[in-house]
Write a protein that binds this ligand. Structure first.
Ligand code: MN
Length: 230
């Protein structure tokens, strides 16, 4: 007999999968902070002294399937951060870096949207980042490309265009912690599960968006992300 609930259970957030009618069910979203040296510097930090770190977004902050993103409340400084998304297919704890890619189902393009003003206040007050980072619709993501099809990228252009103009540009080979090292370290902090996503960090050039902007994110070889801010 199936479990009965006193309220309707939450809908499972999910992403389309390239070449498959089935979807990738999203469990948790981990984000890596300051994983490109030039972005760490633009935020006022020294990448040689401070290693990357993690924060999270809720799974239901995903926006996909060509839907628009609503400009969130209580901010006048919402920023784009283009990132490669790593989709975990096989869970585990204390995963060795040389086995880490066996845990990856595929890769996608995502945006770590940020209420920079609220994040800045939180930093100043020594408070958590959730209001700045984990708000409704803060994780627009494109379709996941299975690694079985595409392989495991360790180089390739990462870029974001706003209204057709290049705002962010970098290369996966500039990641301070590459994908295997990120999975290895993250899995010492949390037991990873199938459906977890890892937003791998953003290159330099983050900046504000406004209502009406069209954001086009790309990572070489992956399905691009296109989203309008409304
Ligand atoms: Mn980010």
């Amino acid at each position: 007999m199936s479990t009965a609930y006193v309220i309707d259970p939450p809908i499972v957030p999910s992403l389309p999968v390239v070449g498959d009618t089935r979807r990738f069910a999203v469990n948790r979203i981990y984000c890596v902070g300051r994983n490109y040296a030039d972005h760490a510097r633009e935020m006022g930090h020294d990448p040689d002294r401070e290693p990357p770190f993690f924060f999270m977004k809720p799974a239901n902050s995903i926006v996909t399937d060509g839907k628009d993103m609503a400009y969130p409340n209580l901010s006048n400084d919402v920023h784009h951060e283009i990132e490669m998304v790593v989709a975990i297919g096989k869970g585990g704890a204390n995963i060795a870096a040389d086995k880490a890619l066996e845990h990856v189902y595929g890769y996608g393009v995502g945006l770590d949207m940020t209420r920079r003003d609220l994040q800045g206040e939180a930093k100043k007050m020594g408070r958590p980042w959730d209001t700045g980072k984990a708000f409704d619709q803060s994780a627009p993501c494109a379709a996941i490309t299975p690694a079985a099809q595409y392989g495991h990228p360790n180089k390739g252009k990462v870029a974001l265009l706003v209204n057709g103009e290049v705002r962010q540009e970098g290369d996966l080979n500039q990641l301070i912690w590459n994908v295997p090292d990120t999975i290895a370290y993250l899995s010492t902090l949390f037991t990873l599960e199938p459906g977890d996503l890892i937003m791998s960090g953003t290159p330099a050039g983050v900046g504000p968006v406004k209502k009406g902007d069209v954001l086009e994110g790309m990572v070489e070889g992956l399905t691009p992300l296109k989203i309008k801010i409304i």
